[in-house]
Design a protein around this ligand. Structure first.
Ligand code: DNO
Length: 346
C-alpha cells in the first residue's frame, strides 16, 4: 500500500511542501487542469508536474482524473475521436511513469452535496447530503452551484445535455461504457497502467440521469466487461457507503485484487438518503473503517490509498473537502491501522 494525497495544482492552498511533511506520504494524486475535457494532455505539462512532485520528495504515480467526455458517455458521433484521445493520454501518462488512472462514468454531474459547510457540534464543518434538498433544485435553472458541478456549462448547454440523456438509460450507459473499456483497457494493459473507475457519488440516479457504478452487482458486471487486471476500481468508501445496503467490508474483500486505488473516508447517516461527512476513524461515523482496511489487507490489496474528504477544522479555509488538517489526520490514522494490520499478521 502506498499512501498518497490529492493535490489540485497551483491554485491549491495546500502546497507540495506541506504534503511532504505529512508522515507516511509517498506521493501526490493530481491531474493537468488546464486542458479542456477530451483533449490530449501535452507531454511537457505531464513532465513538469512529475518534476515538481519529485523536487518535493513526492512521487507522481496516480492521476485523478482523466475525465471522460460526455460524448463518450452518450455514445455521440464524436465519441471515437474522443476515445482515441483518451487512449493517447493513457499512453503519455504511462510513459511518464503514472501507474494508476482514476476516472468516473457519471453523466453530467460528478459528486453532489446539498451543503458545503454543515456546522458540527465541535465547531468543525463538513459536507452534507440531503436528497430532499437536492431534488428541490432544478439543474436547468441558473445559479445551481454544487461541488462536482461543472460551472462551465451555460444554461442552454445544460438543458441540451439533459435532453440528450433522456435517451440514455442504464443499459445504454453500460453499452457506452463497454465501448470505452474495450478501446482503453488494452492500451492500459500495454502501457502498464491500471485504470480505476470511481463509483458514483451518491450511488443512485439523480435528476433523472442514470448512474451505474453503484454497488456490488454492478461492479461485478463492470469487471467482467473486460476481464483484465487493468480494468479496476477506485474503492471510495464514502461514495459506496452512502447506500447502507452496500456491505463495504464484504466488497473490499471480494474486489481487493481489482482495487487499484482506495479513497477512504467515513460518513454519518442521519436518515434515508441523508448523511454528512465525518473524521476518518470508525468511532466518528457509521462505517466500519477498521473492518474495511482489514478486508483490504487480508485480501492482498497492494494499490494506492488516499485519505478522502476531510472536515474543515482549526479555522482552516480551503477547498471544500480538500483542506490540509483533517485529511492529514486521516492519512496518519489510516497508516496507523495499516501498520497494526501488517505487524499483527507477522
Ligand atoms: C471527489 C472526488 C471525485 C473524483 C472523481 C473521479 O471528491 O472523489 O470528484 O475525483 O469522481 O473521476
Amino acid at each position: 500500500m502506498k499512501m498518497t494525497f490529492r493535490w489540485y495544482g497551483d491554485g491549491d492552498p495546500v502546497t507540495l511542501q506541506k504534503i511532504k511533511q505529512i508522515p507516511t506520504m509517498t506521493g501526490i494524486v493530481s491531474a493537468i487542469y488546464n486542458v479542456p475535457v477530451g483533449e490530449v494532455w501535452p507531454e511537457e505539462s505531464i513532465a513538469e508536474l512529475k518534476a515538481r512532485a519529485e523536487a518535493n520528495g513526492l512521487e507522481f504515480e496516480v492521476v485523478e482524473s482523466v475525465p471522460v467526455h460526455e460524448e463518450i458517455k452518450l455514445g455521440g458521433p464524436d465519441a471515437p475521436r474522443l476515445i482515441a484521445n483518451y487512449c493517447e493520454n493513457v499512453r503519455r501518462l504511462g510513459k511518464a511513469g503514472v501507474k494508476c488512472i482514476c476516472y468516473n462514468f457519471m453523466p453530467v454531474f460528478d459528486w453532489l452535496r446539498s451543503e458545503l459547510e454543515r456546522p458540527m457540534e465541535d465547531g468543525a464543518n463538513s459536507l452534507a447530503y440531503d436528497e430532499e434538498t437536492v431534488l428541490s433544485m432544478d439543474p436547468s435553472k441558473e445559479g445551481l452551484s454544487l461541488p462536482g458541478w461543472d460551472e462551465s456549462y451555460s444554461k442552454d448547454e445544460l438543458i441540451g445535455l439533459l435532453k440528450r440523456y433522456e435517451e440514455i438509460d442504464e443499459e445504454k450507459l453500460f453499452a457506452n461504457l463497454k465501448t470505452f473499456l474495450e478501446a482503453v483497457i488494452p492500451v492500459a494493459h500495454e502501457c502498464g497502467v491500471n485504470m480505476a473507475i470511481h463509483p458514483d457519488d451518491p450511488p443512485w440516479g439523480i435528476f433523472g440521469l442514470p448512474r451505474i457504478i453503484t454497488g456490488e452487482k454492478n461492479l461485478e458486471r463492470f469487471l467482467k466487461i473486460v476481464d483484465l487486471p487493468e480494468n479496476g476500481i477506485t474503492f471510495c468508501t464514502g461514495s459506496l457507503g452512502a447506500n447502507p445496503e452496500n456491505d463495504l467490508v464484504a466488497m473490499a474483500a471480494k474486489f481487493a485484487d481489482r482495487i487499484h486505488f482506495a479513497h477512504i473516508r467515513n460518513i454519518q447517516y442521519t436518515g434515508e438518503r441523508r448523511f454528512h461527512e465525518v473524521a476518518h476513524p470508525t468511532d466518528c461515523g457509521s462505517l466500519d473503517m477498521y473492518g474495511i482496511l482489514k478486508a483490504l489487507y487480508d485480501n492482498g490489496f497492494e494499490g494506492y490509498m488516499r485519505p478522502d474528504h476531510g472536515r474543515m477544522i482549526w479555522g482552516e479555509k480551503g477547498r471544500y473537502g480538500y483542506g490540509l488538517y483533517d485529511r492529514a489526520l486521516g492519512a496518519v490514522y489510516l497508516a496507523g491501522v495499516w501498520e497494526a494490520l501488517e505487524k499483527q499478521s507477522k
